[in-house]
Design a protein around this ligand. Structure first.
Ligand SMILES: O=C(CO)COP(=O)(O)O
Length: 249
């Protein structure tokens, strides 16, 4: 049985001071032994959020990292830097990074290798654009993203990874994929993992849905057999997140 994982991607929101206030608001209310809850604040708030979460089961994640260990990469952050702060999870290949910061399937693959080598748990994001869905090529797009991301990743490492299916057209738009649409792609992702590896790996990897998840639609999404969690943007910055992690209640 896969333990659900619900992560809040705070994106470029909250100063460190504001982040502490949000942790205070949420941390006790989101404590849930049946669900892994993770906060992914901006880099600048990681230390403050870590301190604020002291004694809590809520995990700490970063929103990105570089694939090199160190060097002349102005403005970038390495896996070791994150680990040193107590970070456990890292989002890799978010569509906003693919769209605005030149992230490609190749850099996603490099980052996935580095995160796993260092012992961070990667949350690898995949998902098609509106145009790709309208053209009916979403299965091919997501299949390519999954195959490229996992290139040369060993089975035991792959099993530790979390994959997030985030259709770009559903992010921040208030337009959620229907639970059937989300389930269909999450199932394809699992089938791909089975083809690349085996059914044990495929059945171990947790697959999240992300894109306008809120307190009203979470129950239906989480009721789907291949959806093991959510990657939540806007609603993770508010008290709604408490209801989201209590899905099904
Ligand atoms: O991109 C997302 C999470 O990574 C989803 O964002 P929203 O929940 O704001 O649509």
């Amino acid at each position: 049985m896969r333990k659900p994982i619900i992560a809040g991607n705070w994106k470029m929101n909250k100063t460190a001071t504001e982040a502490v206030a949000l942790v205070e608001l949420l941390k006790e209310k989101v404590a849930n032994k049946d669900v892994k809850v993770v906060f992914c604040p901006p880099y600048t708030s990681l230390v403050a959020v870590k301190e604020g979460l002291d004694g809590s089961t809520v995990g700490l994640g970063a929103q990105n990292m570089h694939f090199e260990d160190n060097g002349a990469f102005t403005g970038e952050i390495s896996a070791d830097m994150l680990l040193d702060l107590g970070v456990e999870y890292v989002i890799i290949g978010h569509s906003e990074r693919r769209q605005y910061f030149n992230e490609t399937n190749e850099t996603v693959n490099k980052k996935l290798h580095k995160a796993l080598e260092k012992g961070l748990i990667p949350i690898v994001c995949v998902g098609e654009s509106l145009q790709e869905r309208e053209e009916g090529i979403q299965e091919a797009v997501v299949t390519t993203q999954v195959c490229e991301a996992f290139k040369n990743v060993q089975a035991d490492d792959a099993a530790k990874t979390v994959v997030a299916y985030e259709p770009i057209w559903a992010i921040g738009t208030g337009k959620t994929a229907t639970s059937d649409q989300a389930e269909e792609v999450c199932r394809w992702i699992r089938e791909n993992l089975e083809k690349i590896y085996d059914s044990e790996v495929a059945q171990t990897v947790r697959i999240q849905y992300g894109g306008s998840v809120n307190a009203s639609n979470v129950d239906e999404l989480m009721g789907m057999p291949n959806i093991d969690g959510a990657l939540v943007g806007g609603a993770s910055l508010k008290e709604d997140f408490v209801r989201i992690v209590q899905f099904g209640a």
